[in-house]
Design a protein around this ligand. Structure first.
Ligand code: GDP
Length: 468
């Protein structure tokens, strides 16, 4: 498995980010970690020191000291990789870090590949695959919700649930296999009623996990939300109003096309990703009339639309037309309708407008004034978004799926289990039942890494940085 990654040598890498910092850390892991480090370390003989101790000294290049350092020792198996490991804390100069790596390599270490420390932890059984993935999520977590979910997963949240369910299924499949051994004889070791109960129980367990992905994915990748409206409706004003407190984080989301600049705002722990509003604005300058037609593509990508219109200048018939166009484009979309420029209308006019829109079945309608930094309007919108965030919140203690790989595996497992249920209803033969059970076992095993392939592992660990 994972041909590129040897496992019996000693690897090293810088663990802290590029650039100047107060302290830099270099990791060393493998059977020769202690002897290699000792060759370049001036201080105590570290090969004689106990695990989990810290020692002061110098890293030497021949007779020249490269830096004054602290080394922390972890003896196997009590380390992240379960191997002998050392962390060298030096001054955080890129030059010093590089020099230390060089002397360690000369002394016999090899530069680690991306994610190789974590791969070793996985290969040696210290963590499973979903925990390894959680390490990656933890490193990039940027808010409390992302952090909490990554921590839960790293501590084995999903692993524990899956492993239990999988074991019960495994027991059953071996009984069914036993029946197959008896060939023509009509024996049933596996009680079909028990199997029925078990499979339903597992489906019952898996479904909330599958459902939690909606939230988990929103936490991890943000909830795509498009601000849609005709020219001059007040889209830019609305965005400015929304983002006033929070400096927009500009992020590059993989998989989308060229203009992927997005503004993110976290409300209720959920990052809302206002997608591609710049793109929409740009088209308006050149082709005035196209209006929302150009933005329809964005609606397909979004999970939510903030539709905004100029209440003083847009006939209600056109507003309703726009709304049905949005709905046609994406039936699953949540729609928030912003009646803008209400300062130009009387209260009664605003009320009438809202009532008319509501009679067409739209409940989330808000009267706002997008310019003038109206705190009232801001509060209304953030409250509406917060509501949406809260509705997505899973129940307490619910394990949350954030990873699309896990999500797909769970869907596959549930699908196969549904086949088992229909198979049992139709008194299907043991060999066909066992095929479906095995497929679900396989899918569940992919989550934790009990079933895996080089391709899956390469995909996961290739995304890690060197040093992790
Ligand atoms: P966009 O083309 O949809 O992005 O619209 P803008 O945000 O650029 O707004 C168009 C014009 O309407 C600007 O002159 C804004 O100042 C003005 N505007 C936006 N919101 C309001 C509002 O609530 N009341 C009034 N009176 N003017 C507004």
């Amino acid at each position: 498995m994972l041909g590129a990654y040897q496992q019996d040598d000693t690897i090293t890498a810088i663990a802290t980010p590029n650039g100047v910092s107060a302290i830099g850390i270099i990791r060393l892991s493998g059977p020769e970690a202690f002897t290699i480090c000792n060759k370049v370390f001036k201080g105590k003989n570290i090969t004689l020191q106990a695990s989990h101790t810290v020692h002061y000294g110098f890293i030497m290049n021949g007779d020249t000291a490269i830096d004054e350092v602290m080394v922390t020792l972890f003896r196997a198996p009590k380390s992240f990789t379960t191997e002998d490991s050392i962390e060298i804390a030096c001054h955080g100069s890129p030059y010093i870090l590089e020099q230390i790596i060089n002397v360690l390599i000369t002394a016999g270490a090899r530069l680690a590949l991306p994610g190789e420390f974590t791969i070793r932890a996985f290969m040696k059984g210290r963590i499973d695959l979903s925990q390894a993935e959680a390490v990656a999520d933890l490193i990039v977590s940027q808010n409390a919700s992302q952090h909490a979910i990554a921590m839960q997963q790293m501590r084995g949240g999903i692993t524990n649930e899956i492993a239990l369910l999988r074991q019960e299924l495994l027991d059953f499949v071996s009984l069914i296999e036993l029946e197959l051994d008896f060939g023509e004889e009509d024996v049933e070791f596996a009680d079909r009623k028990d199997l029925y109960t078990l499979v339903n129980k597992i489906i019952h367990h898996i479904s909330p996990l599958i459902n939690s992905f909606r939230y988990g994915n929103a936490i991890k990748n943000g909830l795509p939300i498009a601000i849609i409206g005709r020219p001059n409706a007040g889209k830019s004003s609305l965005l400015n109003l929304l983002l006033q407190d929070e400096r927009a984080i500009v992020s590059d989301i993989a998989g989308t096309t060229r203009d992927t600049i997005e503004e993110v705002m976290t409300i209720g722990g959920v990052p809302f990703r206002f997608i591609d509003t710049a793109g929409i604005r740009a088209t308006e300058d050149t082709i005035e009339k196209i209006g929302i037609a150009k933005a329809l593509k964005k609606i397909e990508e979004a999970r939510m639309v903030l539709y905004i219109f100029d209440a003083a200048n847009t006939p209600i018939s056109e507003v309703l037309e726009d709304i049905s166009m949005i709905n046609e484009k994406n039936h699953d979309i949540s729609l928030l309708i912003m009646v803008n420029k209400t300062d130009l209308l009387s209260n009664d006019q605003v009320k009438d407008l809202i009532a008319t829109i509501k009679t067409h079945g739209h409940t989330n309608v808000f009267a706002i004034q997008a310019n003038n930094n109206s705190q009232d309007s801001l509060n209304q919108i953030t409250k509406a978004l917060d509501n949406i965030a809260q509705q997505m919140n899973p129940e307490d203690n619910q394990t949350v799926i954030t990873n699309v790989r896990h999500y797909n595996a769970l869907l596959e497992a549930r699908n196969a289990l549904n086949h088992v249920v229909t198979g049992l209803d139709n008194r299907l033969s043991s060999d066909l039942l066992s095929l479906d059970i095995k497929q679900s076992l396989n899918a569940l095993g992919q989550i934790t890494g009990e079933v895996t392939s080089d391709e899956i592992l390469g995909n996961i660990f290739g995304k890690f940085c060197i040093g992790k």
